[in-house]
Design a binder for this molecule. Sequence first.
Ligand code: ACO
Length: 351
Amino acid sequence: MKQIWQSDRVHEIKRVNARFLGIGAAIPDKVVTNLDLESMVDTSDEWIRSRTGITERRVVSDDSSTSDLGTEACLAAISSAGIDPEEIDLIIACTSSPDMIFPSTACMIQGKLGIPSCAAFDVMAVCTGFIYALSVADAMIRTDRYRKVLVVGADAFSKLIDWTDRNTCILFGDGAGAAVLEPSDDGGGILNSYLKADGSGWDQLYVPAGGTAMPASADTVQNKMHSVRMRGAEVFKFAVRAIPEACTEVLRGTGHSLDDVDFIIPHQANQRIITSAAKKLRFPIEKMPSNLDRFGNTSTASIPILLDEMWRSGALQSGQLLITVGFGSGLTWGANLIRWNGPKFVGGDIN
Ligand code: ACO
């Protein structure tokens, strides 16, 4: 192994991937169905299901926040890892709907978990957050300074949505998913990551006010500038390009091809996006799972929630090759290539 730095502690480049040691999710109890939405905006169950694949979504209670959901998912992941919370030495949170502008949601979660003094920070890549966060966690584990890294994607979009805007309120739901990562000793785990961004497309999906560009004021509140703005058709076209690109690029140079891949686990935004991407890739749609119908788009949480469901149902088997792939505001997109060597499922239900 090559030495790259000589100091009081000799540091080496580690060729050690991060593997999943534990996984968990948190889904709020309250269900909002398409029929409920029919009484709130000019829409129909038929329109929503045929254009998006969504039937219902979950929303948090008024007194609950993103970090509450994130904490619950982290506790489930820590429990499935079979470790004590104190063993966590780094928390990386990703969210599009933080509790506050600052401090980070990772710090809020750390405080709620009661883990003293481990490092904690947020990665902001909106719906691509979990893909970015897995890649950062993998890199941090390779430094050999962090051995138990908690990665959590949590979002409460219900609090960012204008519930009178039918273009956006039908799409999103709340939830959280988390994973504990540790160094892998068998060459499996996260084999590669591909991360991309194009900031020129920032205005395709954004929340205008509440930051320094447009601080909160009576006007911003009155004009609903604290809610999500989206050019849906543009985002749709971008997503259908981004997923095939990221899946193809994350395989490049790895010696693997799409034929070797057991599952592509896509960000859950719209069933038509998933189907179009599968067609473009000529990849069997049965190997691109979806839970959109029940949860809608839970942003950074959609991929870990789906991973958690697949793990608990026994669909994930040791040795399988997986691609997790996401896209979102920024614009951002990316993928991780994973040789699954995660924990063995020993029972228990998700919510
Ligand atoms: N109910 C009924 N009619 C509607 C609704 C609704 N909820 N929303 C829009 N319509 C109408 C439109 O007004 C339009 O009517 P018109 O033809 O009379 O003008 C018609 O339906 C078609 O509208 P489109 O916007 O062309 O519908 P489209 O088929 O593109 O579907 C959708 C819209 C579902 C938003 C789609 O574009 C989409 O899913 N885009 C991607 C969005 C996305 O994934 N965002 C999240 C990205 S991840 C992240 O970072 C958070």
